[in-house]
Design a protein around this ligand. Structure first.
Ligand code: ADP
Length: 502
């Protein structure tokens, strides 16, 4: 039985995994880079090991250093979180070879699903619908033109090793194909060291809907329903919700069965996600499988009342799934907003820096998975996600209202964040009506990105208010009030020794 878990990650997901470990009486081990000494996951863990300098390539992506920390700490399992090494087959393999349990799938499942072309072929063979396109590599522009004509434009160029939207290009006109193929190949080579690309038909008015699955080592595979992830910016998710406003019970059941078939096709074990692209008429196609815990997993946890990290640990322990498909129900509605240290009114520029003040939203139906605190300096080396705000309501309308309330109560000063931008999404009529596709942000750019003129002023007002409050209190508790008549509170404040600066 697993007694000690090393979490090979940082930030909110490391803390989230450790919370479940603590509830299971499992000790947690943090690893951290030199830039993360003061990070919450280091404070939260039972033990912590520095694994190198700030760049991820020298710390969170360095398998040797992570394995050394695992061996030194005596951890019997490693949880990879998401990102970093979570979908690295070599890492899963190395754990297996060193006798440490990898809380995730086998290297074979990761390899098959990690290569999009191999995954496509595997899905076709098991009867799961895939986006119309090639199952072979596109070698040159001539090849690309021929296939694009067969499929009909627009087409999507995709990198077989792809992820995070890299190596992906949407092409509307044949004349743009050559340049797009070249750009996609070079981006894929730089990002993944592999420039294999292929073509898919572009699905108009697309919706991104994914299914959560769990599979044990006894051949039991279940799905935990869908997550609607169509609110995206540059193909990256921003807001997620479950149930999807697009779905109906028949399609939900059918897609759930296909998600199970997709996982079974690669003998999958653990928690995973099958991503589908769905058109307005509810035709759906397999997009890819993420062989790990997703950023947006908490909305599923809330609606189906399952702790996915605990389930992952139980499966890794060799236990059979305690849940049966017909016992799982969707209860109410959950929404997640990703809060980034970015400036939406300045092209989402990352905004690292020191958090001066922070008020977290509280109350019924609110979950806040974060890792920052007042005085913490967000390093510029990593993903700018600072937290995830998850709300639950009995209905979709209640969940949207609750998210609005939570976002209004959520205050962070010192850095720029996406909170106001998310508030505007919650206020949008199309969003409220559940009528949106992956084009939502692009289509509503004007309303959503309207320059937030008062941002800076609000922060200044907050500082001045805090100053006045401080001055008032100071006067009340002062045992030795000044005998000389102060010309003004401000000058008096400045003259006092030791309080010249705030
Ligand atoms: P990555 O692995 O790089 O994130 P995905 O294949 O998961 O790439 O696609 C990311 C997003 O790009 C999807 O959620 C969807 O919004 C869009 N997308 C991908 N393929 C298509 C397609 N064939 N047609 C329309 N949109 C697509």
């Amino acid at each position: 039985m697993i007694k000690k878990v090393l979490v090979a990650n940082r930030g909110e997901i490391a803390v989230r995994v450790m919370r479940s470990c603590r509830e299971m009486d499992i000790r947690s081990v943090a690893v951290f880079s030199e830039a993360d000494r003061k990070s919450m996951h280091v404070r939260y863990a039972d033990e912590a090991y520095c694994i190198g300098p700030p760049p991820s390539s020298e710390s969170y992506l360095n398998i040797d250093r992570i394995m050394a920390a695992a061996n030194r700490s005596g951890a019997d399992a490693i949880h990879p979180g998401y990102g970093f090494l979570s979908e690295n087959a070599d890492f899963s393999d190395r754990c297996r070879k060193e006798g440490i349990i990898f809380i995730g799938p086998s290297p074979e499942s990761i390899s098959t699903m990690g290569d999009k072309l191999t995954a496509r072929k595997t899905m076709i063979a098991s009867g799961v619908p895939v986006v119309p396109g090639t199952s072979e590599e596109i070698r040159d522009a001539k090849d690309a033109k021929r296939i694009a004509r067969q499929l009909g434009l627009p087409v999507m160029i995709k990198a077989s090793a792809g992820g995070g939207g890299k190596g992906m290009r949407l092409v509307h006109y044949e004349n743009d194909l050559i340049a797009a193929v070249r750009a996609a190949k070079s981006e894929a080579r730089a990002a993944f060291g592999d420039d294999t690309i292929y073509l898919e038909k572009y699905i108009n008015n697309p919706h991104h809907i994914e299914f959560q699955i769990l599979a044990d080592s006894f051949g039991n595979t279940i799905h935990l329903f869908e997550r609607e992830c169509s609110i995206q910016r540059r193909h990256q998710k921003v807001v997620e919700e479950t149930p999807s406003p697009l779905m109906n019970p028949r399609i939900r059941e059918e897609m759930g069965l296909h998600a199970i078939a997709a996982a079974k096709a690669v003998n999958y074990q653990g928690a995973g996600t099958i991503e589908f692209i769905v058109d307005d008429d509810l035709h759906y196609f397999f997009l890819e499988m993420n062989t790990r815990l997703q950023v947006e997993h908490p909305i599923t946890e809330r609606v189906v009342s399952v702790d996915l990290v605990k389930e992952q640990i139980r499966i890794a322990n060799g236990e059979p799934l305690a849940l049966k498909q017909d016992e799982i129900r969707q209860n109410g509605h959950a929404i997640e907003c990703r809060i980034y240290a970015e400036d939406p009114d300045n092209n989402f520029m990352p905004s690292p820096g020191v958090i001066r003040h922070m008020t977290e939203p509280l109350g019924l139906g609110i979950r806040h998975d974060g890792y920052v605190y007042e005085g913490y300096e967000i390093p510029h080396y990593y993903d700018p996600l600072i937290s995830k705000l998850i709300v639950w309501g009995t209905t979709r309308d209640e969940a949207i209202r609750r998210m609005r309330r939570a976002l209004l109560a959520y205050k962070i000063t010192g850095i720029k964040t996406t909170i106001k931008f998310l508030e505007r999404i919650m206020d949008n009529t199309d969003f409220k009506n559940g009528k949106y596709t992956t084009h939502f942000i692009e289509d509503h750019k004007k309303e959503l990105l309207e320059t937030e003129r008062c941002d800076l002023q609000c922060e200044d007002v907050a500082i001045i208010t805090a100053f006045i409050d401080y001055m008032t209190k100071l006067k009340k508790v002062s045992l030795n009030p000044p005998t000389v008549k102060a010309s003004s509170k401000w000058k008096d404040f400045g003259r006092r020794k030791g309080i010249q600066r705030l």
